[in-house]
Ligand binder design. Sequence first.
Ligand code: AGP
Length: 372
Amino acid sequence: SAAEKDGYASFMLKEIAEQPKAVADTLLGRIDGSGSLTLDEVRIPANVLREVDKVVIVACGTAFHAGLIAKYAIEHWTRIPCEVELASEFRYRDPILDQQTLVVAISQSGETMDTLMALRHAREQGAKVLAICNTNGSTIPRESDAVLYTHAGPEVAVASTKAFLTQLVACYLVALYLGQVRGTKWADEIRAVVRDLSSVSGAVDRVLRTMEPVRELARSLAAEDTVLFLGRHVGYPVALEGALKLKELAYMHAEGFAAGELKHGPIALIEDDLPVVVVVPSPRGRSVLHDKIVSNIQEIRARGARTIVIAEEGDETVVPYADHLIRIPATPTLLQPLVATVPLQVFACELATARGNEVDQPRNLAKSVTVE
Ligand code: AGP
C-alpha cells in the first residue's frame, strides 16, 4: 500500500532513499570511541581468526558483487588471500577448504538455496562459515558458525539496493576486524579508514540530493537497446552491479566490463551514440588507474560512444571527455563503491519507470531464490 511506501512511488525508491540510515545503522555500536572495532557477535574466537590462511566468499547476484569488492579490501588490509565465487558454481568444482579457511556467505534474504548449499559444503570440509545477512533468524545465519547482520531493515523491492550498501559496510568491517585481530602493518591506515567509514553515510546522503540530472538522463535513454558499464579496481564490480540493475529493471541489454579489458574485445561494440557509463577512480590514491581510465574514456569517445562519467568532485581531468558528468563525493579508494553505486540504482529505476516497467516486481524474478 501507499502507506507502506511512505509516500514513495515504489519500494525501490523508498529503499534507495533509506540508504544513509541503513549504512549508519550497520555501523552502529560496532566502532568504539577510540576507533577500534567490537564485533562480539562474530563468535569465532580471535585465535581461530589469527590462523585463517584463506578467505572464500560465496554469494549470488548483487551479494556476489559485494563480495567482489570485499576481496580488494580483505587482501589489502589483511594480506590473506581471498577468493570470491558464485555460490552456484562453488561446490561443483571440488574447492580446496580446511579448518584454516574462513568462508563468508553473503545473503540479504538468508534463504538463497545456492548460497546455503555452498556453505553446507564448506562446513562439511571443516571450514568456518561467517554469514553476512539482513534477515534475523533466517536459514543461512542459523547454519553458519557466526553471523554479522546488516541493519538495512526489510528490503521489499526485488532489486537489491540498501542491502547491497550494507553488505559492503559489513564486508569492510570484517576486513578491518581481521586486520585488527591479526595486527597487520596497516594499523594506521585501518584507523583512518574506520574514521572515514563513520562519515560515509553523510556522503551517500549528499549523492541522493543531486540525482535529478541522473533521472533526466535516464528518461532520455528510454528508447536505447544497450548500455555498457566500465570500471576498474573496485569500480569494476560497481560496473557489473550497474549493468545487473539495468537488466533486471529496464530489461535492456547491459554489460559491465573491466576497463582494462576494452582492447581485448569489448571495444568492438562501441558505435555512434552508444551510451557507456564509466566509473572513474579517485585521482588521489590510485592515480595510475585514474589516468588509465581517462584514456579509456577518450578511446571510446573517439569511436562515437556517448560517455556518462561518474567522477569524484574536483576531478577536472574528465570534464573534456564527459558527455554527461555525474559527481560523487571524494572517498578513500576502497570505499568509493558506497557512493558510486547510488547513481546507478537511481538510473536503472528511472529508466525502468520511463519504459513503463513495474520496478518493485520485475518480470520473471523472485525476491529470494529458494530453489537451485
Ligand atoms: C539483486 O538485485 C537481485 N534481485 C539478486 O541478484 C539477489 O541479489 C540475489 O538473488 C541474492 O539474494 P540474497 O542476497 O537474498 O541471497
